[in-house]
Design a protein around this ligand. Structure first.
Ligand code: ATP
Ligand code: MG
Length: 762
């Protein structure tokens, strides 16, 4: 059924008086202070004011919110805004309130008193509210449906706006099953215009959104995806000596401007934050491992410029409206061009020159492939099979890989990926490939020479494995969207450790129990190795890209030294020589992992840094004392670089490597090395049962003594531990009220102080 044009016959259509563009502009000026509409804002506003449904595709930061905020100000009744994240609703509501616009949101985070007030207002004959933000789950509940129906019957429902509408499509990059629940709105309120807004939708997603919402004869508005004020650049991790230093130099040379750095894992966020703080860069980590109070503080500090750099997982972003973000860095490869566009699009929302820098690493690519291949959507897939979806996932991924591995214009690649045609002259040297074509080509040549580089090819990870991909699950990308029933506004599953553990534990064949699932995963690993023409490598067949450079070692020493310094500051009563202890710890990590390679080495350095950031004085002293005793017993007379302070009354000697016997026997494949690397996310107490094994070779060399460093478990041990942890946490969860935060990771204040659950300031 087509709708009447331009005004619908329903009550809503009759209510809104026609406003001229000039009048609408004056409302814009009066409430928001802007003198003119941007892009296609005016057309969208006029469309919904005339009673038409509208699908509005505008770039990130393009001003989509205005398309329903202005109608709310000129129409009678309430505009209902459906939004996927509580943080997003909170931000918009508080910003509207600060402008004197009556707006509220309903979510589990609201107090009962507040909720009651909102409901009373809605039930009154003349609600004062102009905008009501809700989650899709709430809209689907019968209680709220009844409330809306009442509001509608009284002629007080003016418009339904669906923000981030791509979330309704299984083909979209951020599908939320809860969005499917709003598909009945069109039927429920046939005479109320629906406005669907998104920044990221390829043609297939656009169609899917329109049909899923049953939009009737909608006005379709599409603005260009081009973000002319963003300079795009790719840096190649495998060609850099030290990525951390590169990032800090980038930030420093840009004048410590407001920035976001996206990482794949929580541990990487914490670790990089610490590094930046040591370099004097004001930074804070933000991820789902931090409790909501800490996250709010981090967000507030960043929004109000008290912190310049947020180092975050994908948990940070959607709807965050700081206009002057000058740099968005991707420390790891995103999963698709759409994600990359959304995330990099948080730069330069004020239209001023800004930068997107993506750090591309071959290991990152392998890791992401591993995750994507094994995580097809576990949620409802009403219109597509999981095979189709996983093919789509991989096709999306190959686009972002191509973006990084190609020497052609980056801007063109981004825009064309959304199906938009691009004029060859569009870029005007505003990406590295157009500005420095020779440099980019030569870097790509160097990258091709990196051993094991499978350029422009997506590897067949797990393709021929015995594990049926149907059993895998997407926890990582399609976040739990229980926004309306949970205190958490972001998923707990925003990092790879979760993803891998979920793949391994939750979704492998459940029948044979954990052991069977573990076996299946191990078979899959073998299949992967065979597909790559490898058996599990035996011995230390190192490839260059795995080797640990002197520069990396120096940087690691600095990190450890910084972490020791932080521990001293935090605890106040630590007595040891920082530099010497750092050298000692680094040497120990190096000795242990030089054969396995950079991944494990980095991981162990990070684990040690984390251990230092959360251990007590006794634990740290105990460890250093144990080390001293051990070396004294062993009688190793070495030129010790590490002296425990005089107050301890002992001269510290270097530690002995505690090479895990498992590890010494077998080198693991990279994927599993990565899985193991994620033990960084485990609590220190679980990581460090004292390892008494003594590496005889190292003892003969007299270079190192035994030390109570976190033991790296074998793969089987790691998975078993995860299984036990899950069992414990689920039984704990049963006995605990909802919403108790999980673990709080360290946050670095601007001054660089660490804390475990609270932001600390000196
Ligand atoms: N006409 C305008 N003139 C100037 N600034 C505007 C105008 N309209 C909106 N803005 C500002 O642009 C910024 C981005 O707006 P908004 O958050 O609505 O973007 P968006 O399109 O929803 O982006 P995203 O896709 O990232 O959610 C806001 O700070 C907003 O105040
Ligand atoms: Mg928006």
């Amino acid at each position: 059924m087509k709708k009447a044009l331009p005004l619908k016959g329903g009550s809503a259509g009759l209510r809104h008086g026609t406003k001229s563009p000039k009048e609408l502009e004056s409302v814009l000026k009066q409430y928001f202070g802007y003198s003119e509409f941007r892009g296609r804002q005016l057309e969208a506003i006029e469309a919904v004011l005339s009673g038409r449904d509208c699908f509005c595709l505008m770039p990130t930061g393009g001003g989509k919110s205005m398309c329903y905020q202005i109608p709310a100000l000129v129409k009678t009744g309430v505009v209902l805004v459906i939004s996927p994240l509580i943080a997003l609703m909170e931000n918009q509501v508080s910003s509207l309130k600060s402008k004197g616009i009556p707006a509220e949101f309903l979510s589990s985070t609201q107090t009962t008193a507040n909720k009651n007030k909102i409901h009373e207002d809605l039930d009154s004959g003349n609600p004062s509210l102009k905008l009501l933000y809700v989650t899709p789950e709430l809209v689907a509940t019968s209680g709220f449906k009844a409330k809306l129906t009442k509001l509608h019957n009284r002629g007080l429902l003016g418009l339904v706006a669906i923000d981030e509408a791509h979330c309704i499509s299984t083909w979209g990059h951020d599908f939320r099953p809860s969005y499917r629940k709003i598909s009945s709105l069109r039927k429920q309120f046939p005479d109320i215009p629906i406005l669907a807004l998104t920044a990221t939708a390829v043609p297939k997603v656009q169609k899917d959104v329109i049909s899923s919402l049953s939009l009737q004869n909608p006005v379709i508005l599409k603005a260009s995806f081009n973000r002319p004020n963003i300079f795009y650049e790719v840096r190649y991790k495998d060609l850099l000596d030290d990525v951390y230093s590169d990032i800090s130099n980038l930030l420093k040379s840009s004048g410590n401007v407001c920035s976001i750095i996206y990482c794949l894992e929580r541990a990487a966020c914490d670790d990089l934050t610490m590094h930046l703080a040591q370099q004097g860069i004001s930074s804070a980590a933000y991820h789902a491992g931090l409790n909501s109070k800490v996250r709010t503080t981090v967000l507030d500090d960043w929004l109000s410029s008290r912190t310049q750099v947020v180092v975050a997982t994908v948990a940070f972003g959607m709807g965050i409206d700081r206009q002057d973000v000058r740099i968005v860095c991707h420390f790891n490869l995103p999963k698709s061009m759409e994600s990359f566009y959304q995330e990099s699009g948080r730069a330069g929302r004020d239209q001023q020159p800004s930068r997107s820098v993506l750090y591309y690493g071959l290991e990152d690519r392998r890791r992401m492939e591993f995750i994507l291949r094994n995580s097809s959507s576990r949620k409802q897939q009403p219109s597509s099979s999981s095979t189709e979806l996983s093919e789509k996932t991989l096709a999306d991924f190959s686009q972002i890989v191509d973006y990084c591995e190609s020497s052609s214009c980056r801007r063109k690649k981004i825009i064309e990926s959304f199906g938009e045609k691009v004029q060859p002259t569009l870029c005007q040297r505003t990406c590295d490939a157009c500005k420095h074509p020779n440099q980019v080509s030569s870097r790509l040549e160097d990258l091709r020479r990196v051993p094991n580089c499978r350029f422009n090819k997506i590897s067949p990870v797990f393709k021929s494995s015995s594990v049926d991909p149907k059993h895998f699950d997407t926890e990582f990308w399609n976040r739990e969207d229980d926004v309306s029933i949970s205190d958490e506004d972001i998923s707990d599953s925003d990092d790879e450790e979760e993803a891998v553990s979920n793949i391994a534990i939750s979704k492998l064949p459940s029948k044979g129990g954990f052991e069977a699932r573990l076996d299946a995963l191990e078979r899959a690993e073998n299949a992967y190795n065979q597909a790559n023409g490898q058996t599990k490598p035996q011995g230390g067949n190192l490839v260059d890209k795995k080797s640990i450079s002197q520069t990396l070692r120096d940087a690691s020493r600095k990190r450890l030294s910084g972490a020791l310094g932080q521990a001293k500051l935090r605890l106040g009563d630590l007595l040891f020589a920082e530099e010497a202890s750092a050298t000692h710890l680094e040497t120990e990590c190096f000795k242990k992992y030089q054969k396995v390679g950079k991944t494990f080495y980095n991981s162990q350095i990070a684990a040690t840094v984390r251990w230092l950031s959360s251990s007590t004085s006794d634990q740290i002293h105990g460890r250093l004392e144990a080390l001293t005793n051990q070396t004294t017993e062993a009688g190793a007379a070495t030129s010790s670089p590490c002296i425990i302070s005089d107050a301890l009354g002992k001269a510290e000697k270097p530690a002995e490597a505690t090479v895990s016997q498992e590890l010494a026997k077998t080198e693991l494949s990279d994927e599993f090395a990565k899985t193991m690397a994620s033990t960084e996310n485990m609590e220190p107490s679980r990581m460090s049962p004292p390892e008494k094994t003594i590496d005889e070779e190292a003892r003969r060399d007299g270079a190192i003594g035994t030390m109570d460093l976190p033991k790296i478990p074998s793969f089987r041990e790691f998975m078993s531990q995860k299984g036990r942890d899950r069992a414990t946490s689920s039984s704990r969860a049963e006995s605990q009220p909802r919403g108790i935060p999980r673990k709080a990771g360290p946050v670095i204040s601007k001054e660089g102080t660490t804390g475990t659950s609270k932001k600390m300031k000196l």
